[in-house]
Design a protein. Structure first.
Length: 213
């Protein structure tokens, strides 16, 4: 049996692992410095790789950033996949509570993910339309899921009728991303969990959600 297929497979596995390492470093660095201030040389140093080797995997910084956005999207889908499948067995209020809890804990355990999206959304809106559109697409999908929960609750009478479900869903995600950015600034005196818990409570028991009279 020829050794060439085995060698080729090993090389592909190493390349895939290297790609994951690059994306992990990129997500962390972009979250800390933003897109505009981070160079490919910075990224190469962070993963102890020559710039030439990095360019072999990703020809441009934009290509790397778009790949990082797709990678994070896959992680979000994995984290929420089981919950979405269970939604059909829950009331709208239970769906909303489960969704906010999962969002709270997922972002709390992976702070750089939310900060990454927050930083990039702020920068790309006025500097790179291709990146901005990629972020809008992903965040729009998450907001669509939440908006569906809110609309369902309006139909069942569990949620108040005087809100626009789509606008509210976008506002909620903006709130969670903003909370991460804000808490990062005040991290010496302000914890993420209490801040996110306050958002959870406002959403599920406050201005958006109301139990039937």
């Amino acid at each position: 049996m020829s050794k060439e297929p085995a060698k080729r497979e090993l090389k592909q596995e190493r390349s895939a692992r290297t790609r994951v390492d690059i994306l992990e470093a990129a997500i962390t660095l972009f979250a800390k410095r933003g897109f505009l201030a981070t160079t490919m040389a910075d990224l190469a140093r962070a993963i102890r790789m020559t710039p030439g080797a990095l360019y072999w995997h990703f020809p441009t910084k934009e290509d790397l950033l778009l790949a990082a956005i797709d990678e994070l999207h896959q992680r979000y889908q994995t984290a929420f996949g089981d919950l979405i499948n269970e939604y059909r067995t829950l009331s709208a209020r239970e769906q909303l509570q489960a969704f906010t809890r999962r969002t709270h804990h997922f972002l709390g355990s992976n702070r750089e993910y939310g900060i990454f999206f927050g930083m990039l959304a702020a920068e790309a809106a006025d500097s790179n339309e291709r990146v901005a559109e990629a972020i809008r697409e992903k965040l729009g999908l998450y907001a669509k899921v939440l908006g569906g929960i809110l609309r369902h609750g309006q139909k069942t009478g569990e949620f108040r009728q005087d809100i626009d479900a789509e606008q509210a869903a976008h506002g909620v995600f903006g709130g969670y991303l903003g909370a991460l950015m804000y808490q990062n600034l005040f991290r010496a005196t302000l914890g993420y969990d209490p801040l996110a818990s306050a958002l959870d409570l406002l959403l599920t028991d406050g201005t958006l959600a109301r139990t039937k009279p």
